[in-house]
Design a protein around this ligand. Sequence first.
Ligand code: M6R
Length: 616
Amino acid sequence: MCGIIGYIGHREAYGILIKGLKRLEYRGYDSAGIALSNNDYRVYKCKGKVSDLEEQTKDKDIKGRIGIGHTRWATHGEPTDNNAHPHKSMNGKFVIIHNGIIENYNKLKNSLENEGYQFESETDTEVLANLIEFYYLNNRKNGKSFSPEDAVRAALNMVVGAYGLVILCEDYPDQMIAARKGSPLVIGIGKSEYFIASDATPIVEFTDSVIYLNDDDIAVLDDNGLSLRNLKNIAQTPDIHKIKLEVSEIEKNGFDHYMLKEIYEQPRAIRDTYRGRLNFNSKFLRLGGLHNVFQQLTEANRIIIIACGTSWHSGIVGEYLFEEFTRISTEVEYASEFRYRNPVINKGDIVIAISQSGETADTLAAIQLAKKAGAIVIGICNVVGSSIARETVAGVFTHAGPEIGVASTKAFTTQITVLTMMAMSIGLANKKLAKDEFTVLIDELYAIPEKIEKILTKSEKIKKIAIEISNATNSLYLGRGYLFPVALEGALKLKEISYIHAEGYPAAEMKHGPIALIDEKMPVIVLATEDKSYEKIVSNIQEVKARKGVIIAIVTEGDTTIKQMADYVIEVPKTDFALAPLLTVIPLQLLSYYIAVERGCNVDQPRNLAKSVTVE
Ligand code: M6R
């Protein structure tokens, strides 16, 4: 939700913090702030973007080899200068940045108010800063030894909620403390220097050695190095990982927006996702990450897919794939509903959690619930080392590379690539998918990236259509079968980046209500590639046309029937209908992108959104 960065070492921290915040801005962008330590500490913060903060600090004292920075997505309190992080404790002993939510903050705030504490902001974070200070000052009375780390531990033991925290203490200007529960934190280890961040993107240009903090970890960084203990004060052994992330992967590389870059990366991302897993010559498919649960997968009675947003849409594609190729009953659940509605989970049920970021709080909580009930929980994640990747017993990474644009694009297509490979391998093993069908699918999957490249060459045409319909206030997306989830995804893309109201519907449901909305101002985007329900979708198009709706149809190359009815037609190459989502979603992503650009919207950082939703 929020982006966190910290630096302690031999360099000036300011530049590292500002650059890091810019890299993390996709996680939240309503306010930003930094604190720098140079025997004292100075805090600068403001409502707005990191560039506003940069402007504000132009003529200020920015010296310091220790510093912390934060970019915020508001939870408690509006985006204002006061509510921006870092937050100082009342007596100025501590300054902290926080990602997450302190659920019992009201109760803690009341107790602190009874102790004479006053608050400047409406945030839960300021409560935490004061709570830490309260323990610190109280326990040090009469010369007792009580370190900032002790105070952090005492306070965190009182907290209910989620946090990724970085803390500075005025009395220990050469020390930095970090703590985690629920919200991710990565520590980068350099030569006599450390970096702390919500994810590895601001760290990669300095070091590839990282530690992912676990829940309940408290890390202390100072001249003595790194010490890691947990909330019970038990020493923990740091597990150092090597990250494989190039700086170029997190830059725009000449594209106007990350979203456009990521749309164009899809052929590469899909190839990387199947590379080493599928052998197209020998028609061999093996997902190494599922090895330890593969037998259970082939014998499963039921699969439950849990996810949110775009990942939930790819989950629906997964449901269709699993039921068709494996004949295993599959349900798809919003993680947020699943976790709160007392779902029936039987021992041995397979739960597949899908998440690009691997940090979505609802998905994480749903996983924990499923594990408790005895389910076998498998992850499909993009971010290596993420909480969901670590919380699941087996899984498959999507290899999409960092997705920075808030609107998910390559995550969707790579998740579907993984789900397709999973369904194919299980189906072949449990003999519900015939070998010849399996072989055809392998060949089709192999050809997908090239076909996407072909669709991408039509971007100018799609841009023209986008400009024509960019003044619409409402729109409808229709699809059947495998293309119904694509309709949902197309509608989500449009609303989140262009703020045009959009609904995705199964095409046959249109006549049960949404048809009432159609008039000459209503663009209706119809996914109408050739498959077994082609004739039906042609009828749906006629129903829209009869009510003067503006039809934009996504059709198979060479289609002549729909061309005569639709106002605009975008062709995609032919493929197996189970793989059609991988192609048909591309024009919808481009359409949303160009509409948003035409409307002057901030494509990569749409209002009110953040890339990874680490709060409930
Ligand atoms: O990281 P996750 O895949 O778990 O994220 C789930 C949703 O928050 C995400 O897909 C969101 O809906 C995107 N903004 C969609 O473009």
